[in-house]
Design a protein around this ligand. Structure first.
Ligand SMILES: [Zn+2]
Length: 269
């Protein structure tokens, strides 16, 4: 009887193990954005990192080892916003790039200098430096680099955490939709002047970026259809009310705010 139970239970156990690993294959469920030619899938990974899928292509944005990349897909295109370690992480790039095929990378020149000194990554992976205001089409995806910088905040007087002109936010055009990934920035005039943004990702953590109220004022200025607060904690394990405050500040604005678990799935220890 006991043997009979074990024999019958064994396949079930195997199935359960398989299901459990499949369930944690991606850090969060993908956000679905309807677009021409099929949906855009955007999966929040951690802090400022996300996986974007469209038309069979995979884009990894600011891959970061603090996030759980179990089940993340290898990138056709990697976008890096700037040189700070929560955005430019050579180990994470190494893990998410294709080993035997083409993975293009787009980043500001300051980041390209660092990546191009990493022999292992350099290999077959072309790195394209992009300055503010420049754009490039890679893997069939149009990428526009927009300014991301501090207006007032810095480590000491006369210095900024993110100096003007050095780092990027990005606008991706996929299936006619414009996705804006702000990077680390304050409420710049360039951001407020953006037009026709369908989906936006805005940072809100001090001292590095902006307050939830500043980010909300920003969103009201350029009116994305949908906005996600991201990059809202520091330290990463310290929860705060930033996303909720941001959401509250946008009530009645007509802008849809989506809160997601950007810190719910740190990398497995
Ligand atoms: Zn950052």
């Amino acid at each position: 009887m006991l043997m009979n139970f074990i024999l019958r239970a064994a396949p079930l156990t195997a199935f359960l193990v398989f299901s459990a690993s499949a369930a944690r294959a991606l850090p969060n469920p993908p956000e679905i954005v309807p677009a021409q030619g099929g949906p855009i899938k955007i999966t929040p990974i951690f802090h400022a990192s996300m996986q974007i899928e469209y038309g069979g292509k995979v884009i990894q944005v600011d891959p970061f080892s603090a996030g759980d990349y179990t089940g993340a897909k290898k990138a056709d295109l990697i976008l890096i916003t700037h040189t700070h370690p929560d955005h430019l992480d050579l180990k994470a790039i190494e893990g998410i790039r294709k080993q035997s095929a083409f993975t293009a990378m787009i980043m500001p020149p300051a980041a390209a200098t660092i990546v191009l000194h990493s022999i292992s990554i350099r290999g077959a992976n072309p790195v394209f430096p992009l300055n503010n205001g420049q754009s490039k089409t890679m893997a069939g995806i149009r990428v526009e680099a927009v300014p991301a910088y501090n207006i007032v905040r810095g480590p000491k007087p006369g210095q900024k955490f993110h100096p003007k002109g050095q780092f990027n936010g990005y606008i991706l055009t996929l299936g006619g939709k414009r996705i804006y990934i702000a990077g680390d920035t304050e409420a710049t005039p360039e951001m407020k002047a953006l037009k026709k943004i369908d989906v936006a990702f805005l940072p809100m953590n001090l001292p590095f970026t902006m307050t939830p109220q500043e980010a909300a004022a920003d969103a009201k200025a350029f009116k994305p259809k949908v906005v996600y607060p991201y990059h809202y904690r520091y330290p990463f394990d310290k929860a705060n009310e930033n996303p909720q405050q941001f959401q509250k500040a946008l009530v009645g604005s007509g802008i849809q705010v989506r809160l997601r678990g950007w810190y719910a799935h740190p990398a497995p220890k």
